[in-house]
Design a protein around this ligand. Sequence first.
Ligand code: CMP
Length: 139
Amino acid sequence: MATNRTFTMIKPDAVEKGHIGGILNMITEAGFRIVAMKLTQLTKADAEAFYAVHNERPFFGELVEFMTRGPIVAAILEKDNAVEDFRTLIGATNPEQAAEGTIRKKYATSVGENAVHGSDSDENAAIEGAFHFAGREQF
Ligand code: CMP
């Protein structure tokens, strides 16, 4: 079933560099409504669970280390066709391949430290949103 919500994180690299405001501005200018949001920090167990699908990848340890090193902004976003439109807005995982005008083109520095996360399917958007937010924190 298609939904109109996706889940995002502004990752530690972008928070450290003071890009929360710039990234949220790009998100809202693109027509997304913020329906849940918080500044939080993942524990090692949180990151290992959130990225469990990648646990066989060679970069898994580096990914967990990176995602736990400082605060992130977690948010649920609403818009028609949210998952696909948000992935277009953030751009390719590798910022060298990200299109002009995308969040990663502007703010990401490498394939690992790529500024933002966006869910890759409606199913994962629901799982990832529920990982971070109780029902009463979603508006
Ligand atoms: P994201 O797509 O949000 O979720 C998986 C993350 O794994 C991805 O962002 C990157 O941060 C990270 N990642 C993917 N490929 C690599 C890689 N080759 N080296 C390091 N990190 C990676």
